[in-house]
Ligand binder design. Structure first.
Ligand code: TXA
Ligand code: MG
Length: 336
């Protein structure tokens, strides 16, 4: 199958593919998603196959607005969910709620009685869903286990030949996936940290728990995605938490005499020897979040064996970056 690259004005062509039961990658403000008709189990199964994703890991249902949600979700959750939707939609917040029995297939929910809903903040994709007229499922449009795609070319690299089209809308603005909040439990619980943090959420709801700890293989995870190895480049990533340690860390790894790469802010990169591969994370944790996945992919293309990556505080907006970087590093931190 040829994978067609569509410009951001070819929305109708993308909608036509979806109507034919084909897979189309779509832009969002977080990362690119792999779109398919959420109401057709046969088509949703193709999404798992294209990504190589375990089928017990449920998918996000992307909608063009709250009305679409209430055709599927349990309407008892309307009051609570509407507070969040009013404040944060369209935006990087995925809301998990119980669904009306039989309204979404097992292929979407992984057999759970809940589903995840999100209205992305991207005009092209909102128009696509409106024109298509039905919700679309969308995991991140990468091969399962690889860094999520923040550019159309990342999607092409992983999925060309396996999907019909990619709707290209340039680089994604945030770079890390949405915050996932579960409303189906007594206290709303963050299952995956994103750019909307608990402090933001507490402005509109009374109480929020965090549950994005590392899930062991035998534990039944609340967000099944948490149990899989994620965001892993081929290189070993080592997190350097204190920028003052970079000099020493670089000397140590340089002594191993294998190619290495450094991912850090411009300030840190100023002092890195010119013969070492580098990737700029910009100036702060926001630019670092935007660039993280592209950096992991870039340094992988350069065939480095080790990546020394700058750590940031995991407070507030740093929570998402730290969570993804820790996963890509298998929690390996530089110790001097
Ligand atoms: O920013 C994003 O959320 C991107 C863009 C494309 O929208 N999508 C994304 O999808 O990251 P995905 O499939 O890579 O991650 C969805 C996460 C997974 O960890 C999954 O296990 C969890 O949400 N999830 C989905 N439905 C769930 C449910 N009913 N209960 C618990 N967790 C659920
Ligand atoms: Mg993903």
């Amino acid at each position: 199958m040829e994978t067609e690259i569509l410009t951001n004005t070819q929305i109708q062509a993308a909608a036509n593919y979806l109507a034919q039961g084909k897979l189309v990658a779509f832009p969002t403000e977080t990362v690119y998603g792999l779109g398919a008709d959420a109401t057709r189990p046969d088509v949703v199964k193709d999404v798992y196959a294209a990504k190589g994703r375990p089928s017990d890991n449920p998918l996000i249902v992307h909608v063009s607005g709250p009305d679409m949600v209430w055709e599927y979700a349990d309407n008892d959750y309307k009051t609570l969910a509407t507070k969040l939707m009013d404040e944060f939609w369209p935006g990087p917040l995925t809301i998990i709620m119980p669904i009306q029995p039989g309204k979404l297939s097992k292929a979407v929910t992984g057999g759970l009685t809940t589903a995840a809903f999100r209205m992305p903040n991207n005009e092209v994709t909102l128009n696509l869903i409106k024109i298509f007229g039905k919700p679309i499922v969308g995991p991140s449009a990468n091969t399962s286990g690889k860094p999520s795609p923040t550019l159309a070319k990342h999607v092409y690299h992983d999925l060309h030949g396996k999907i019909s089209a990619i709707l290209d809308d340039g680089p994604t603005k945030l770079g890390v996936e949405s915050t996932v909040i579960d409303l189906s439990v007594d206290i709303p619980t963050i299952l995956r940290p994103g750019m909307i943090d608990s402090e933001d959420l507490l402005k509109v709801i009374d109480n929020v728990n965090s549950d994005h700890h590392k899930v062991t293989a035998t534990e039944v995870p609340k967000a099944p995605g948490m149990k899989y190895k994620h965001y892993a480049p081929s290189a070993q990533v080592i997190i350097v938490d204190d920028v003052n340690d970079f000099g020493r860390a670089i000397s140590e790894y340089a002594a191993k005499d294998v190619p290495m790469g450094i991912m850090a802010t411009d300030e840190v990169l100023q002092n890195v020897p010119t013969d070492i591969e580098t990737f700029s994370l910009g100036k702060d944790v926001l630019s670092a979040s935007r660039e993280l996945f592209a950096g992991l992919r870039q340094l992988d293309n350069d065939h480095v064996k080790y990546i020394l990556a700058q750590g940031f505080s995991d407070e507030g907006h740093g929570a998402a970056y730290s969570n993804r970087l820790n996963k890509s590093a298998g929690n390996a931190h530089y110790k001097n």
